[in-house]
Design a protein around this ligand. Structure first.
Ligand code: BTN
Length: 279
């Protein structure tokens, strides 16, 4: 969960144990996301580590998982709270054949896959908060940070980073995020088996990524829109230099939020935070 400040946890504060990587990988039926998995107790950021691997030529499907991150990054320069042995801090290297203008579709695809994984392991109805937060019961349980590198007219690689609050007790969350965050442990009232969750996530990402590359964006966009809880609702969009209020109408092919202002003027928002407005 993104917080304004870093909060470091001792491993002893959390009750979990180390991820068993062989259990995640055993016979994993995937096409493109086949590993290897680079597993660490601690890295600065799994996205940064995966970025270095990609720059050194690592193939598509290589993944990085760390129990904790000293500089876990969220969107808009925020810190990602990364307690050890509780959550998932995951990055995968993709080398898509998509045109660079379609890079944002990868984030939307990942949000759909992540919502599928959560719903298949925990009885709940996840929703997407634009652009890529996954909410359960209205509170954030997962986030996605996609970082692309491209040269001339093609995407060199994409680092798809995913953080999920799995077994993070709400009472241990920093106060700055507690009112807006939750974990699958809190939703389910029972510990989530992390290896099973990661296996499910890798398979869902593999399936949705294949669909995006081979079939196109349409079916991903349809599912994304179905998970988007705020369509037709009045929202406030907080951007770097302004705040706009309007009605959320959905997304376009580039993943931009389509907003209809209070005066009925259509607007296209590419970056910001969306919050529902109570009427
Ligand atoms: C957000 O919602 O702000 C995006 C959060 C993304 C966090 C994940 S954790 C694994 C990967 N490594 C990082 O440093 N960030 C992403």
């Amino acid at each position: 969960m993104s917080a304004p400040d870093a909060h470091r946890y001792q491993a002893s504060e959390l009750q979990g144990s180390a991820l068993q990587v062989h259990e995640i990988q055993a016979g994993l039926p995937t096409n493109r996301l086949g590993g290897p998995i680079h597993y660490f107790f601690e890295v600065e950021s799994t996205n940064s580590y995966a970025h270095r691997l990609a720059e050194n030529g690592a193939a598509e499907g290589a993944m990085v998982i760390a129990e904790t991150q000293t500089k876990g990054r969220g969107r808009l320069g925020r810190v990602w709270v990364s307690p050890p042995y509780a959550n998932l801090h995951y990055s995968v290297i993709l080398r898509p054949t998509l045109a660079p203008v379609r890079a944002p579709q990868i984030t939307l695809m990942a949000a759909v896959a992540l919502a599928d994984s959560i719903a298949s392991l925990v009885p709940c109805s996840p929703a997407i908060k634009w652009p890529n937060d996954i909410l359960v019961n209205g509170r954030k349980t997962a986030g996605i940070l996609t970082e692309a590198s491209w040269s001339s007219a093609r995407i060199e690689f994409v680092i798809l980073g995913i953080g999920v609050n799995l077994n993070f007790p709400e009472e241990l969350m920093p106060e700055s995020i507690r009112p807006r965050a939750t974990s699958l442990l809190a939703v389910r009232q029972k510990t989530v088996q992390r290896e099973a969750f990661v296996r499910r996530l890798i398979q869902d990402l593999d399936r949705c990524y294949g669909e995006l590359e081979e079939v196109g964006f349409h079916s991903i966009a349809t599912r994304w829109e179905a998970l988007f809880g705020l369509r037709g609702k009045k929202v406030r969009v907080e951007m770097a230099d302004q705040v706009v209020i309007g009605t959320a109408r959905g997304i376009d092919r580039d993943g931009a939020l389509l907003l209809e202002s209070e005066r009925g003027i259509p607007q296209r928002i590419v970056a910001g935070d969306v919050v529902p407005v109570e009427d």
